[in-house]
Design a protein around this ligand. Structure first.
Ligand code: DC
Length: 223
């Protein structure tokens, strides 16, 4: 076995659609195990933000791939930095989420971000969340989870986060955005969002965060 394959034994890969709660679950599983946490979507969002700041269209594959390669990003305990700016909030807007979904379809962009994601893995262990953690980035992960929730449940969770009612025009807009992003992420040619054949499926529609975290920890401990 290669060194990387050995290290991958200390990886839990959690993939799933947007707003499925996988980020929260992955971060809490990492904290429970004392492992590091990779939010791979943040790298796609950072690239989308960097492109926007540089006046580069998300549709311009080669220019975006070049920016992805040079991405001046730093992760510290407190913040995510792009150059000297803390961009924790700036990368979380719906607009940047949509642009991230556009740039994520480009293979050269995905390639440029691949090693950066693998570099998060140390002896300490890693919980990684995204769309292709199990299929591409950590194919030898010890545990693979495909975490989903019904689109309306995800829209309701997002609305609650934003302090908006869980019905009405704003809610319908959020639901449409979620469905549009699902569609784009599922149907792209490279590393589309899909459950890895080895992944255990976890539908969190009727589960609390604590129950979801517990389920993943139980699976890990049973291996
Ligand atoms: O998880 P998120 O919503 O922060 O991800 C933002 C976008 O990045 C998402 O629409 C798809 C893309 N993405 C991806 O293609 N592969 C990943 N591993 C993570 C995110």
């Amino acid at each position: 076995m290669t060194k990387t394959a050995n290290l991958d034994q200390k990886v839990i890969a959690i993939d799933g659609p947007s707003a499925s709660g996988k980020g929260t679950v992955a971060a809490r599983v990492a904290a429970a195990l004392g492992w590091a946490y990779l939010d791979s979507g943040a790298l796609y969002r950072l690239t989308a933000l960097y492109a926007q700041r540089q006046g580069v269209s998300p549709e311009n594959e080669s220019a975006v791939a070049q920016l992805a390669q040079q991405l001046p990003v730093r992760f510290t305990q407190e913040h995510i930095w792009l150059d000297d700016e803390a961009v924790d909030d700036a990368i979380r807007t719906e607009e940047i989420g949509m642009n991230a979904s556009v740039i994520a379809q480009w293979q050269s962009v995905r390639q440029a971000l691949l090693q950066r994601q693998r570099d998060f893995l140390t002896d300490q262990g890693l919980v990684a969340d995204g769309r292709d953690m199990a299929s591409v980035v950590f194919p030898n992960a010890r545990l693979k989870v495909f975490l989903t929730a019904d689109a309306r449940v995800r829209a309701a969770r997002r609305a609650k986060q934003l302090g908006l009612p869980e019905e009405g025009d704003a809610f319908d807009g959020i639901l449409r955005d979620i469905e549009k992003r699902d569609e784009a992420d599922r149907n792209r040619s490279f590393a589309p969002l899909q459950a890895d054949p080895d992944a255990k499926r976890l539908d969190t529609s009727a589960l609390s965060i604590e129950e979801s975290v517990q389920k993943v920890l139980d699976w890990y401990r049973q291996i």
